[in-house]
Design a protein around this ligand. Structure first.
Ligand SMILES: C[S@@+](CC[C@H](N)C(=O)[O-])C[C@H]1O[C@@H](n2cnc3c(N)ncnc32)[C@H](O)[C@@H]1O
Length: 243
């Protein structure tokens, strides 16, 4: 069997087993150096806060040692909003998913500084984590803040918010669970709204049937504060799973 045939065979086997093979990714893996602080936070806190994709389906009760609403944040960057939200809502469980290792290190560092214990993190592609590690109807909320906008039209297919992905998210939310999206790129906001309006079994929580004002629970980022001074917009969207 040549290389092409063997790739084709792996692909069809994976598809037969119901595995979702994505050829287009929403990120480009940057190597990026770890600072000393990030490296030592990873060393100290990964054993208690790190989750591995290869360990498969999570038992959330076991992971957090309690039953509580669980919120997943996808693409948390350096983790500023995630840690702030976890600190502000100790009664909830938070799981962050990020592919960029320095970001995971920065997030753990900040979690240590703030004494946050209701947070776990994956360093892996969120599409695969959702598919393999999170049971259907397990989540109270999913948040995706400022996902890479992929400005150029020919790159729009790399945008994370796409019909198949939001359908995957819907299945992971319990009925009534909420998907919260935010972006500072108007064209992406319109794309998000269009994807969500065309997706079935969701209810838009916007009073005007489009965007919502920034809810208090989403912390203002430094970047956003600067943008606001320059007159740049930010669009928040919230949809709940109805079926
Ligand atoms: C533009 S940054 C925004 C970071 C952060 N949410 C913020 O508001 O500062 C987007 C992040 O999403 C991450 N990302 C993109 N696709 C991802 C995926 N499929 N799984 C996990 N993380 C992803 C990138 O590595 C990047 O850190």
């Amino acid at each position: 069997m040549n290389d092409k045939e063997s790739t084709q065979k792996n692909l069809s086997e994976a598809q037969e087993q119901g595995r979702y093979i994505r050829r287009i990714r929403s990120f480009v893996k940057r190597e990026g150096r770890l600072t000393k602080g990030q490296a030592s936070a990873l060393e100290r806190s990964w054993p208690t806060m790190g989750l591995k994709h290869e360990d498969g389906l999570l038992d959330l009760g076991k992971v957090f040692g309690r039953e509580a609403d669980t919120i997943v944040e996808i693409g948390f960057g350096m983790g500023h909003s995630l840690v702030a939200m976890a600190a502000a809502a100790p009664e909830k469980n938070f799981i962050g998913i990020e592919v960029h290792r320095p970001g995971v290190g920065a997030c753990l560092m900040e979690a240590e500084e703030q004494g946050v214990t209701n947070l776990r993190v994956f360093e892996h592609d969120a599409v695969e984590v959702l598919q393999d590690c999170i049971a259907d109807e397990a989540l109270a909320g999913v948040q995706v803040f400022f996902p890479d906008p992929w400005h150029k039209k020919r790159h729009h297919k790399r945008r994370l918010i796409q019909p198949e992905f939001v359908e995957q998210l819907r299945r992971k939310l319990r009925i009534g669970g909420v998907l919260h999206l935010a972006t500072d790129w108007e064209n992406y906001a319109e794309h998000m709204l269009e994807v969500m309006q065309n997706a079935s079994k969701w209810q838009n929580l916007s009073a005007t049937n489009d965007y919502i004002p920034r809810p208090d629970e989403r912390p203002l980022t430094k970047f956003e504060k600067r943008g606001a001074r320059l007159g740049h917009g930010v669009w928040d969207l919230k949809f709940s799973r109805v079926e």
